[in-house]
Write a protein that binds this ligand. Structure first.
Ligand code: SD4
Length: 331
């Protein structure tokens, strides 16, 4: 069932945004300083991160921000906490394997200058986000894949390890009894971590890291390491991250779309809603899957929207670090 309240409030907001001062300022490519708003000064530093594991990730990232560190370092340190946690079956160590039993990881990172790095189909390295950071900092490329990404990681001093924990192996063997490939809404493996940060300077960066869909085909890569799909930041406008069924996000370049909508004057909330609406209009069976977008703009305003109920995120503003339920299109 469609979420009527949201649709009604959305139309009301869309009527208003055309007259908002932010819409005018965003259209001006010369604009770089944080924008004053009718509600008060810009609200940063701040962090926003997908799902429950956003709480511990934000804690670690906030240590970097509070010490005056850069957003790019904060997001890397933040998501590493979740990559290192063997209990999580959707990111890094302990991630659910593909259908053949191999854990393959995808990640990307993007800074306030538009620099970015990514790895996909990476095996045996538990912190793909830091390998992505090295790709950004140490190579002329944006993305390395598979064997080449592993070779590069080892050259950079990363340790090769077995990422398939006993628990994930047990779950995989159980799945093999039927080999029924059906990603379930909010349940199976929709727990990619995507984090956006605005540091004390008001600069924006983001990171996204995942083991992808559980029991995917060998070689499958999702949206999470794709700049513009799983993550996009533009320091003139804002940033967005995506979680959920990557194929839907890739077909619509979801986070690039969200940022471009904010550039045209949408609030982060309006932009996330419009991106989900685009998926709903264009892609058949969209309602069999979950997608969630999170976005912030340069003023530290945030928004989120999902196809289905159940998506949440953690917001850290220096005073509190709390979980918030996202608005959604369908019950
Ligand atoms: C993927 N988008 O590989 C990822 C999965 C995900 O929350 O986000 N899970 O398609």
């Amino acid at each position: 069932m469609l979420n009527r309240r949201t649709f009604l409030s959305k139309s009301a907001l869309l009527g208003l945004f055309a007259f908002a001062p932010f819409a005018k300022s965003c259209a001006d490519p010369e604009q770089s300083a944080p924008l004053a708003t009718p509600e008060g000064p810009p609200r940063f530093p701040m962090l926003i991160t997908t799902w429950n594991h956003g709480i511990p990730a934000n804690e670690a990232a906030w240590e970097v921000i509070a010490a005056g560190g850069k957003a790019i370092d904060a997001v890397e340190q933040g998501v590493r906490v979740v990559e290192n946690d063997p209990e999580g079956h959707s990111v890094g160590l302990g991630g659910a394997p593909d259908r053949d039993g191999h854990v393959t990881l995808d990640a990307c990172i993007m800074d306030e200058t538009g620099n970015c790095g990514a790895v996909c189909f990476l095996e045996h390295i538990k912190n793909p986000i830091s390998v992505a950071r090295k790709v950004m900092d140490e190579t002329p490329h944006v993305m390395l894949a598979g064997e080449g990404a592993l070779q590069f990681a080892l050259e950079q001093g990363f340790e090769k390890e077995n990422l398939l924990t006993e628990e994930s192996e047990k779950l995989w063997k159980k799945w093999r009894e039927t080999s029924d490939y059906k990603p379930l809404i909010n349940i199976e493996n929709h727990d990619t971590i995507g984090m956006l940060a605005l540091d004390k300077e008001g600069n924006i960066s983001g990171a996204c890291t995942t083991s992808g869909l559980a029991y995917k085909m060998r070689g499958r890569v999702g949206d999470s390491p794709i700049i513009g799909a799983g993550l996009f930041c533009d320091n003139e406008v804002g940033g967005a991250v995506a979680t959920g069924m990557g194929e839907l996000v890739m077909k619509t370049l979801g986070t690039f779309l969200v940022v471009e909508l904010m550039r045209q004057g949408r609030s982060p909330q309006q932009a996330c809603e419009e991106a989900v609406d685009r998926i709903a209009k264009k892609l058949p069976n969209f309602d069999d899957f979950q997608i969630g977008f999170l976005a912030i703009n340069k003023r530290g305003e945030h928004g989120s929207y999902a196809i289905h109920k159940g998506f949440n995120y953690a917001l850290h503003d220096g005073k509190s670090n709390e979980l918030i339920d996202s608005d959604f299109l369908m019950e």
